[in-house]
Design a protein around this ligand. Sequence first.
Ligand code: ACO
Length: 370
Amino acid sequence: MTATKGLEGIVATTSSISSIIDGVLTYRGIDIDDLAENATFEEVAYLLWYGKLPTASELEQLKSKLDQYAAIPSEVVEGIKLYPKDTNSMAALRTAVSSLALYDPAAQDMSKEANVDKAIRLQAQLPTVIAAFARIREGKEPVAPKAGLSVAANFLYMLSGDEPDEVAVKALDQALVLHADHELNASTFAARVTVATLSDIYSGVVSAIGALKGPLHGGANEAVMVMLEEIGSPDNVESVINEKLANKEKIMGFGHRVYKNGDPRAKHLQKMSQELGKLKGNMDLYNMSVHIEDIVTGQKGLKPNVDFYSASVYTTLGIQRDLFTPIFAISRLSGWTAHILEQYDNNRLIRPRAEYTGPSNAKFIPIEQR
Ligand code: ACO
């Protein structure tokens, strides 16, 4: 038995949800470029869950369920009030989602109908949880979700308490479309491993949130912003990035396990970053990002991934840095739950083997002789 480090190149399951073939990403066979330009996040979530685009009435039904489910139990809000003020935002999300299960009477119901319903419920509640956390830590009361708003609009509304502008809603909605699913990425794999034991959907999502949190995965968007803040001004890009490369530091937001010729989602976020910068009259973050890309691609051949331009997009939208990865979770929740449902439909326990590298023929030594 020989191990493959990081399971690189290992095909661990079949899936009909999303594919990456020759650098092209599709959701249910539809090119991400097509979806990014034309679909809303709600349509994409429906597509991932049900395997087809919704009709107008199916979309309305989904939106009304999202409206109906968006509030979170007061016990969960009270719990968030008890978190230490400096709690890591992804740790808060992980804990709050775990506690949502405690107040869902259907949490352990493993019927298909109940599980689809819980996927929609979680999709509706995640933005509410994150917005409540963001406000409570600033000493503000949470803002209740408003019926009739899209997932993107409602999240921005619950963060600030003000109706968000159209440009911000459109940008966030497109970012949600771009992050919704990505084949067998680390967090989706974690979700599938958990539910393959026939554990419940909440446990699968909590596992996924834990995996997404790390800086090699979803945490990279926040790490990109840390780097941009460290660079500080366009004049410093060259010296800081060259020093990082000379020290063999990883440049966050670059490289990918699957894409070696560029992440197809990055160009959409780059365009969005440029447009938002122009609109807000401050191109610094965009220009710094482009300069970083020139240096890193020029010297290392590494291309930006989905996280790189997300950082300048979210910052230009006025979103706090540590909410970037939770926003990723809002979007990827649709993909996680689609994969969880697919796993339940054709389940087998996921239990690979390890190549043993420890000692052999070791003997037990009594404690007094050690
Ligand atoms: N900066 C500098 N060098 C890099 C980077 C980077 N961002 N990414 C890869 N490399 C180098 C590695 O140092 C390594 O070089 P070596 O062969 O000389 O040792 C080589 O490229 C291969 O890199 P690995 O880390 O082995 O590639 P792997 O496929 O395991 O990792 C990963 C992919 C984790 C995305 C990696 O590129 C990385 O750490 N990037 C930065 C973090 C990041 O942006 N993560 C988000 C990924 S997208 C997402 O999850 C949503």
